[in-house]
Design a protein around this ligand. Sequence first.
Ligand SMILES: *Cc1c(COP(=O)(O)O)cnc(C)c1O
Length: 507
Amino acid sequence: MHQNEPLIFEKSSPGRRCFVPPDCDIPEKPVTNFIPLKMLRKQELKLPEVSEIDVVRHFTRLSQKNFCVDTNFYPLGSCTMKYNPKINEDTARLEGFTKLHPYQPIEQCQGIMELLYNLEQILIDISGMNAFTLQPAAGAHGELTGMLIIRAYMEKHGEKRHKIIIPDSAHGTNPASASLCSYEVESIQSNTDGLIDLKKLKAVFTRDTAALMITNPNTLGLFEKDILEICKIVHDAGGLVYCDGANMNALLGIARPGDMGIDILHLNLHKTFSTPHGGGGPGAGPVGVTEKLKPFLPVPRIEIAKKSVTERVHDMEKDTSMPKLLPNDYILNYAYPDSIGRVRAFYGHIGMMIRAYTYLLSLGKEGVCKVGEYSILNANYLQHKLKRYFEIPYGKTCMHEFVISAKKQKQKGVSALNIAKRLLDYGFHAPTVYFPLIVEEALMIEPTETESMETLHVFADAMIQIAIDIEQRPEVVCNAPQTTPIGRPDEVKAAREPKLKWQDFQR
Ligand SMILES: *Cc1c(COP(=O)(O)O)cnc(C)c1O
């Protein structure tokens, strides 16, 4: 690892060049022939002067500093950093997709329309919901879309409900999305098993409450076993159940939210369906709904044209601007008067949808079912290996992830953050830390199904060595990491005052 890769500007040496073209042998025309004088730059840009090999080495080294699933194990709980098969990238780069323009006439886009339509059908199949929109650009955006749909539904039915109930283990985006829709958020405390407390739910879910927003499996990696009863309590009070399905891994091929009584659900294609993520996107957070919420979905909806050839020909004669589509062709239907409208330009991040579709087709139905089984198996195997060394407060059989508490280690002066940092020295990405909020000194571990038993062993060995070190020489863990390009950045400062340009350093 190159510890101190200088900035490309610091490598600059006057006169050094990458590629020197031969002298121009035709008369040059003044640049103002092409670009108006007032639009020309006043002074030369200060660019680094470097050779080609300097540039290649510089950027190749920088690329190695980025941690990714392609280089090592990435057990970032709740984020499902599973391997993204390269075939997904190949299909997303097919020219027929990359060269499409969103303003192209619909009859020229039938291929992508078919893909999106089919993807919606597969998601319907997997989740048990009745219809999907693929538009939302992330999980949080899916939640916002879902909240807008709930609000539109309640308004349509003349219901004045201003509250959303959310368990205290929820992902932070849940309350944020609800309040963005001007809902008041009420948190309910989980019971000692880490699950929703039915008695409490019954007490707080009153006639002024629009919905319960749950995550199942929840962020402790536990399945809400009373889900049928939970949905009944909410429905009996005239409310709706929203499910945060960002991490659907554990349910794939085993159980369907639609069958549990969930009314509305978002999925994260960029978690469960393997499309890459991190670094802020792009993502895709499709939202699925039951029949009664269908009219409120965002438009346009992708549908199959229903009209017969004769009817179409008749329409075309009347209106020459009508697309020349045949029945069974795909259309974008805007005719939903109760729709919440568009939530994204065009049809969302279709590159992500192509990847997810490829992933689903290449796994096939059987393969998709195995994802659920293996993700649960891997998480339980790892949990079992670690439970002698770390406290696991809700340590029952877990789903796709589990949460360790470093409370015991904290008494020796070693925090969850220290443990996370020490893992970097072993070449692993750290697990999610300090979430969910209800676990003290939390480390949330999600191995995903794509990891081999050998990888799990190496990771477990590292965790066990760290636990031993905390007993014997805690300073090693407290001073980690030692082997990474930078040690411990001031994360708050880095986020609030990012210096992203050479000029920022020069000031
Ligand atoms: C990741 C995640 C989200 C938010 O998804 P984004 O795509 O990051 O907006 C919501 N809920 C849970 C449980 C998540 O893990």
